[in-house]
Design a protein around this ligand. Structure first.
Ligand code: PEP
Ligand code: MG
Length: 295
């Protein structure tokens, strides 16, 4: 880790040669958002909306949702924000969305899959997000979690457009989605790699189980090869490819991700200064060298 991390971060993510890598924040509450703005985040790369409802026993009304989202978005007026639609199920259960008994909840009805049977739930959330964004003046994108196929991505993007939202993207956190990133990118405006779940599914290692934690290390060759494939697909399509899993918060990995072609990194506020300073210390050629070694 760079020893001078805090001293050289000025709130603009770029490499030593000026190559831009946007540094964004992961947030789940208004307090997180305020901390992220104070830490100099260029925007929000992942708003985990399900974090607003961990204690809710019934679906929040559209107005309740609008108010909750506006409180989080408010510090980022005029800045880009990515609001993720509900990622319920598995490690993030919501009391008002019981999934029933599933033998393997991580492989079950979770994330966007919940919306296929209940599209009106997604539509209400999209409407609330759109009006919170209009109220706060943020530059809105919405993003779906746990997308497996290009058809699912197209389905989500169509519903976002119907809700009047101009930019829609999806998370790449299922290996199938990484392998077919070009087809998915043809349907959406951007993608963001969720390396926490992607590692879990690539290595068949439960992200919640300490005994297999070593397998969930995102610095491993297999995971980075997939990241590289997705970034290449993004470059070919001319569309942004971010990383919003924990990998983005690791200064040592950040340069590798930049070298693979990732265009933004989204992390907890406390990690921004360290990652920002590390990126300032290397140019793109050095990042590409590190990436080539890593894969
Ligand atoms: C991920 O899976 O990497 C991710 C960013 O989403 P979450 O941790 O909320 O599942
Ligand atoms: Mg995830």
């Amino acid at each position: 880790r760079p020893r001078t991390a805090r001293a050289s971060w000025d709130g603009v993510g770029r490499l030593a040669d000026g190559h831009r890598v946007k540094l964004l924040a992961n947030v789940g509450s208004a307090a997180d958002a305020r901390a992220a703005a104070a830490a100099g985040a260029e925007g929000i790369g992942l708003f985990r909306t399900e974090f607003c409802y961990l204690a809710a026993t019934s679906e929040p009304t559209e107005e309740e949702q609008r108010a909750a989202y506006a409180a989080v978005l408010e510090p980022f007026a005029g800045k880009p924000v990515v609001v993720r639609t509900l990622d319920a199920g598995s490690d993030k259960p919501l009391a008002f969305l019981p999934m029933g008994e599933e033998p393997n909840p991580a492989l079950g009805v979770r994330g966007l899959r919940v919306a296929f049977d209940r599209p009106e739930l997604l539509d209400r959330q999209l409407a609330a997000i759109a009006s919170a964004a209009a109220d706060t003046g943020v530059e809105l994108s919405v993003m779906a979690p746990m997308v497996a196929t290009a058809a699912e991505a197209a389905w989500f993007a169509a519903r976002a457009r119907t809700a009047g939202i101009a930019r829609a993207g999806v998370m790449i956190e299922i290996p199938a989605a990484a392998l077919c990133a070009a087809d998915i990118l043809a349907e959406v405006d951007f993608v963001s790699l969720g390396t926490n779940d992607l590692a879990q599914y690539v290595f068949a290692a439960d992200r919640q189980l300490g005994a297999v934690a070593a397998l969930n290390d995102p610095g491993q060759q297999a995971l980075l090869r997939l990241v590289g494939m997705v970034a290449e697909a993004g470059q070919a399509e001319g569309k942004p490819v971010g990383v919003c899993g924990e990998a983005a918060a690791d200064p040592a990995l950040a340069s590798v991700l930049a070298g693979l072609g990732v265009t933004s990194l989204s992390m907890n506020a406390a990690a921004l200064a360290g990652v920002g300073a590390e990126l300032r210390s290397v140019d793109l050629a050095a990042c590409r060298e590190r990436a080539a070694k890593a894969v």
